[in-house]
Design a protein around this ligand. Structure first.
Ligand code: BGC
Length: 438
């Protein structure tokens, strides 16, 4: 049978994503290090510890793995608490380390994408009230004013904040991220507004510094559909979609958001996206209930990752790409992946999601790149080390990395710049017929 190739445009970005706290190790000066130390906060009782030991220098070997397997870009985040360990002190040696890491990427022909905030805050910032503090946007800007000039000669692609909607939802509604508040609607709103203001002022600042910068935000998108046809489930779905997926993005695009009596108006935030960073994992069904744990579930029979955390719903990804494209700027998938130690599920998920990515691009959506989450198994927040998202498996005792078969599959995609039916037949034979039905 002749091979069928779904080819992507030239210069497409193919890479992997990580975040500081999840890979660096020895991050002891941020709110997550305090959170990990509180009994019961991490389901497995584990801590991030030395993580993937990037701060000890193992970024070198992992970057090389990425480059040797055909990737042309990497996304990492800067740990604010390292750069500004106290409100009035800056750590130049930490800045040098990030500079060295980014030079390391570039020498391997990996284009750097840098996130300034990925879930963690310095302890001093938390002590001042964190994102609830009215000064939070100003404090974040001050940090950006230190790190951006230091890196601007080597970085062009910036994500200001990773998943502000997750920070708000998990920190103030479900409570499984710090500060662990539940159903705090008012605070959730206040923090949302502050994060938007922080993004907007850093967006403006980066552009003052660097004319050709490309600045976006990474938004966690969930494709939501009602569990039943009942009016309340449909209402809950629509409300969640608007509030969770759209609110922040609408303000960054149009300067305002309104849903029923709820509204945000921040004209200064209008048009502060050069691209939409789409973090997509799954679609969810929505059920109207006051129990936050039963609100979002997966349909019966959904194909699930090891711990049931991610469902393989490729059509939902297509809808996510459509949604992201509706903001009228380029779209970069800044995260997509699954937790799966044995790797069969990952290969199938990868094949079906890259297929949808191609479908979206070939239907005219402005898709520029794809970053798989993640390069190597890393500390998965409240789920500790039990969720294995890496292309490479990590032995946390020995720091040994082992290549999962997905590495070879993803390498073919990156190098050929296409999804080739021969590779799908080889790496994901069980789902071949879904992608090539005839
Ligand atoms: C976060 C990552 C996390 C991933 C998998 C995303 O929401 O940005 O930090 O590891 O999901 O749960």
């Amino acid at each position: 049978m002749p091979s069928v190739k779904f080819t992507f445009p030239a210069n497409f970005l193919w890479g992997t994503s990580t975040s500081s706290h999840q890979v660096e190790g020895n991050n002891t000066n941020n709110n997550w290090s305090l959170w990990e130390a509180e009994p019961g906060r991490i389901k497995t009782g584990e801590v991030s510890g030395i993580a993937c030991d990037w701060w000890g220098g193992r970024w070198r070997e992992d970057f090389k793995r990425a480059a040797d397997s055909g990737q042309n870009t990497l996304r990492l985040s800067i740990e604010w608490s390292r750069i500004q360990p106290k409100p009035d002190s800056w750590d130049e040696s930490a800045i040098d380390t990030y500079r060295e890491m980014i030079h390391g990427m570039i020498s391997l022909r990996l284009r750097p994408m840098v996130t300034l905030h990925h879930f963690t805050d310095p302890i001093w910032f938390t002590e001042k009230g964190g994102w609830e503090n009215d000064d939070a946007p100003q404090l974040f800007l001050k940090y950006a004013q230190k790190i951006v000039p230091a890196l601007k000669s080597i970085v062009k692609d910036w994500v200001t904040i990773n998943e502000p909607n997750m920070v708000v939802f998990c920190g103030y509604i479900s409570g499984h991220f710090p500060p662990g508040k539940t159903k705090s609607i008012k605070k959730a709103h206040q923090v949302t507004v502050k994060m938007i203001k922080a993004h907007a002022s850093v967006y403006e600042y980066i552009h003052q510094q660097q004319e050709d910068a490309s600045v976006g935000i990474s938004q966690n998108y969930r494709d939501l559909f009602p569990k039943t046809k009942s009016i309340v489930d449909r209402f809950a779905t629509n409300a969640s979609h608007k509030l969770y997926n759209n609110a922040i993005m609408d303000v960054l695009s149009k300067g305002s958001f309104r849903y029923g009596p709820y509204s945000i108006s921040l004209p200064k935030a209008k048009n502060t996206l050069d691209f939409v960073g789409l973090n997509y994992y799954s679609g969810n069904q929505v059920h109207f209930t006051f129990n936050v744990n039963e609100f979002l579930t997966y349909p019966k029979g959904a194909s699930l990752s090891d711990n049931g955390f991610v469902a393989n719903e490729p059509e939902s990804f297509y809808r996510g790409l459509t949604w992201a494209s509706s903001y009228g700027v380029p779209v970069i998938v800044t995260e997509n992946g699954v937790e799966n130690d044995e790797d069969t599920f990952r290969r199938e998920y990868l094949a079906e999601h890259i297929h949808q990515l191609w479908r979206a691009w070939s239907n005219g959506m402005p898709i520029r790149g794809y970053y798989h989450w993640s390069l190597v198994d890393n500390f998965e927040w409240e789920n500790g080390w039990s969720y294995r998202f890496g292309l490479w498996r990590l032995n946390i005792e020995t720091q040994e990395r082992t290549k999962r078969p997905s590495v070879d599959f993803y390498e073919q995609i990156c190098r050929k710049n296409c999804l080739d039916s021969e590779d799908v037949a080889k790496f994901a034979p069980n789902i071949y017929r879904f992608i090539y039905p005839n």
